[in-house]
Write a protein that binds this ligand. Structure first.
Ligand SMILES: NC(=O)C1=CN([C@@H]2O[C@H](COP(=O)(O)OP(=O)(O)OC[C@H]3O[C@@H](n4cnc5c(N)ncnc54)[C@H](OP(=O)(O)O)[C@@H]3O)[C@@H](O)[C@H]2O)C=CC1
Ligand SMILES: C[C@H]1O[C@H](OP(=O)(O)OP(=O)(O)OC[C@H]2O[C@@H](n3cnc4c(=O)[nH]c(N)nc43)[C@H](O)[C@@H]2O)[C@@H](O)[C@@H](O)C1=O
Length: 310
């Protein structure tokens, strides 16, 4: 991406979009094209086409999506498949038609089969059944990868896909039920500390393993791929290190400073048992994660206290 290029970041007020804006600005890209959901509803095809026709961005990073944790994914399957298919189909097609030079689509590690061999390489895609708690979202994300590949093959459109692992950081969604595990636990432990509660309930058995990547690392990797990768296969974006949900809960408890007990709610789903992705392709291209989980947790908790809990 050249200096002064007009870059459209879709979803710039979300966890990922906000971090991508920070990363681009840090690297000197100041001609950013940004629209809130209210200003431009990406599920509306005519509005999206009109926007691209008028604005003609040079580059597009697609970080707008319907996103949520295990409970939201299981509770709103229709929204997770329909909204995501609509947003990504409208944006990828309109970007191609408007002559965009390059587009990056963000998927998710939930695209892989529930029992894929670990660490999960890119070529595990479509080799087995999906995890039922997020199959609707996963099918939409797989379609996004395939759409980028099809547009590259038929139209020579430079569309690439990155598959991030579980993310966290400032501007995350801290909703008590609909968020992902890390922000949910930050909020629950903080509220328990403030109210003097004796215990905190954590969902499931605590045994599932998850790989976490700080969103500033993800944003850095996204800009890196825009600058250094053009190919048909999607690229995994992970940190390479994983923890059990029990270990994560103990870490959040310590960072927040909660003194009580943990209680496990076995009526809640565990989801996929393990999803460590193989990010060696990204490493071979020359990128690796930098922010350790403990450091990122401390910083994210501070952001939560300063911006959400107050
Ligand atoms: N968070 C995670 O752990 C992971 C995220 N990802 C991927 O990263 C991307 C970004 O996720 P994340 O930042 O966490 O999600 P957020 O929910 O934090 O942000 C999503 C953004 O998309 C916008 N958006 C949603 N619907 C529309 C719409 N119809 N029109 C316009 N804008 C819309 C939202 O705006 P508004 O809030 O106003 O609705 C928001 O700015 C997604 O593709 C997701 O799949 C991948 C792996 C893990
Ligand atoms: C990134 C990825 O994220 C989602 O998949 P997930 O990794 O299963 O998501 P999660 O963060 O919600 O849960 C991780 C684990 O943590 C446990 N857990 C404990 N206590 C809470 C809790 O309080 N909230 C939540 N949400 N989970 C909890 C929970 O039971 C599960 O075992 C996809 O739907 C999809 O969005 C996607 O792409």
């Amino acid at each position: 991406m050249e200096n002064g290029a007009k870059i459209y970041v879709a979803g710039h007020r979300g966890l990922v979009g906000a971090a991508i804006v920070r990363a681009l600005e840090k690297q000197g890209f100041n001609n950013l094209l940004l629209r809130t959901h209210k200003e431009l509803d990406l599920t509306r095809q005519a509005a999206v086409e009109d926007f691209f026709h008028k604005e003609k961005p040079d580059y597009v990073i697609l970080a707008a999506a319907k996103v949520g944790g295990i409970h939201a994914n299981s509770t709103y399957p229709a929204e997770f498949i329909a909204v995501n298919l609509q947003i990504q189909t409208n944006v990828i097609d309109a970007a191609y038609k408007a002559g965009v030079k390059k587009l990056l689509f963000l998927g998710s590690s939930c695209i892989y089969p529930k029992f894929a061999p670990q660490p999960i390489a890119e070529d595990s895609l479509l080799t087995g059944p999906l995890e039922p708690t997020n199959e609707w979202y996963a099918v939409a994300k797989i379609s996004g990868i395939k759409m980028c590949q099809a547009y590259r093959l038929q139209y020579k459109f430079d569309a690439i896909s990155g598959m991030p692992t579980n993310l966290y950081g400032p501007h995350d969604n801290f909703h008590p039920e609909n968020s992902h595990v890390l922000p949910a636990l930050i909020r629950r432990f903080h509220e328990a500390k403030v109210t003097g509660a004796k215990e905190v309930v954590v969902w499931g058995s605590g045994s599932p393993l998850r790989e976490f990547l700080h969103v500033d690392d993800l944003a850095d990797a996204t800009v890196f791929l825009m600058q250094n990768y053009s190919g048909i296969p999607h690229v995994n974006m992970g940190s390479g290190s994983e923890v059990t949900i029990k270990e994560l809960a103990e870490m959040v408890k310590e960072v927040v400073g909660f003194q009580g007990e943990l209680k496990w709610d076995l009526s809640k789903p565990d989801g996929t048992p393990r999803k460590l992705i193989d990010s060696s392709k990204l490493a071979e291209l020359g990128w690796e994660a930098k922010i350790p989980l403990k450091e990122g947790l401390v910083e994210t908790y501070k952001w939560y206290v300063d911006n959400v809990a107050c």
